[in-house]
Write a protein that binds this ligand. Structure first.
Ligand SMILES: [Zn+2]
Length: 348
């Protein structure tokens, strides 16, 4: 017997989540959205001191509790400095290169909650003013700035808008669902994983199926800076299944149409017995999957283990192309990841 995933619900929730800015350190609105989604399904939710969300689904047994984790925090930036010309110098939140956000629309949220739009640009972008050679030059923290859509030509003008050092900057996700069922957007890493977790909980509740073990859905607010799940996973949890993106690129095994099962990332191998169990579940249930190694990658599983959690960790996720840039995945990858997670929770 298979668990039916409502993929329309999954994609709809994913789109709403993608359109809710949540750079690491400013994830309140996204956490609230996920909290209300879990609440509507009927799960009990609570928040940790650090701001993570924990939703609970009682199992047929509570002997060996499990957790699924996904992170709502995304790449973003913070105002580092207001320049003399009124533009904003940025510091990065999370790991990416400036080229992947150059030309992107952005939003600045001030300390008092106002928002302003702008564009991320290198200072010397105008080819008519600087010539091709200068425009092609270095694109580092020093050159990248935000051009605000406001009449400002000085630092004082910008300060008068209420903008200050420490304000959060989020990038326009440009979320699009194509007729061919691709989801193109920034921040599929890891809003796709979070939407999958909620869709899995909904599938179980809709079908009247209890998970084999009491299950916690952990929604992490600080994964991109490395310490997300270092706290907040209940101490009784024996198995942690991280739902985060699968890596695509030259030599990678993963794709946008299957569930990717991680064997190893930069933090080392994931639990072997757990991985084998996930592979067996795919084979027994005709779930298309790819086992893969992620060369430059860490997860909330690594964070939990480094923090001293005594549990086994597995990692699965949809294959995401051009990660930490303008990303893309396909509805099939979302579906099969959700199918594997649901099958694991109910039947393993
Ligand atoms: Zn991630």
């Amino acid at each position: 017997m298979a668990v039916q995933i409502d993929v329309d619900y999954l994609v709809d929730l994913l789109v709403r989540l993608l359109r809710t800015p949540s750079p690491t350190g400013n994830t309140g609105a996204a956490i609230a959205l996920v909290e209300s989604a879990f609440g509507q399904i009927g799960l009990h939710t609570q928040r940790t001191n650090k701001g993570a969300l924990l939703a609970t689904l009682a199992g047929r047994s509570s002997e060996r509790p499990r957790a699924l984790s996904g992170h709502v925090d995304t790449l973003g930036a913070m105002v580092k400095e207001i320049k003399a010309d009124g533009r904003l110098r940025l510091t990065q939140l999370g790991g990416y290169v400036w080229q992947t956000v150059e030309g992107e629309y952005c939003q600045v949220e001030t300390a008092d909650g106002r928002t302003y739009t702008g564009t991320v640009l290198a200072h010397k972008t105008a080819v008519h003013a600087y010539g091709r050679k200068e425009v092609e030059g270095a694109h580092t923290d020093k050159e990248i700035e935000v051009r605000l859509d406001e009449r400002t030509t000085s630092a004082d003008d910008t300060r008068a808008l209420g903008i200050g050092v420490g304000d959060f900057v989020s990038f326009d996700p440009r979320t699009t669902v194509t007729g061919s069922a691709y989801v193109k957007s920034r921040h599929l890493d890891d809003k796709a994983g979070v939407a999958i977790m909620v869709a899995v909980a909904k599938a179980l509740v809709d079908a009247g199926l209890q998970p084999a073990q009491t299950t916690y859905f952990y929604v992490s607010p600080y994964e991109e800076v490395g310490h997300g799940a270092a706290s907040g996973i209940p101490a009784a949890v024996k198995e942690l299944l991280v739902v985060d993106m699968g890596v695509l690129g030259d030599g990678q095994n993963s794709d946008e149409y299957t569930v990717s099962i991680c064997a190893k990332d930069s933090s080392g191998p994931y639990d072997l017995a757990f991985r084998r169990k996930l592979v067996d579940l795919c084979q027994e249930n005709d779930i298309p999957y790819k086992v893969d190694v992620y060369p430059y990658y860490g997860s909330d599983g690594s964070a939990a283990l480094r923090a001293g959690a005594d549990l086994v960790v597995g990692l699965i996720g949809p294959g995401v192309d051009a990660s930490h840039a303008y990303e893309r995945t396909h509805r099939d990858s979302l579906l099969h990841t959700a199918r594997l997670a649901a099958t694991y929770l109910v039947f393993a």
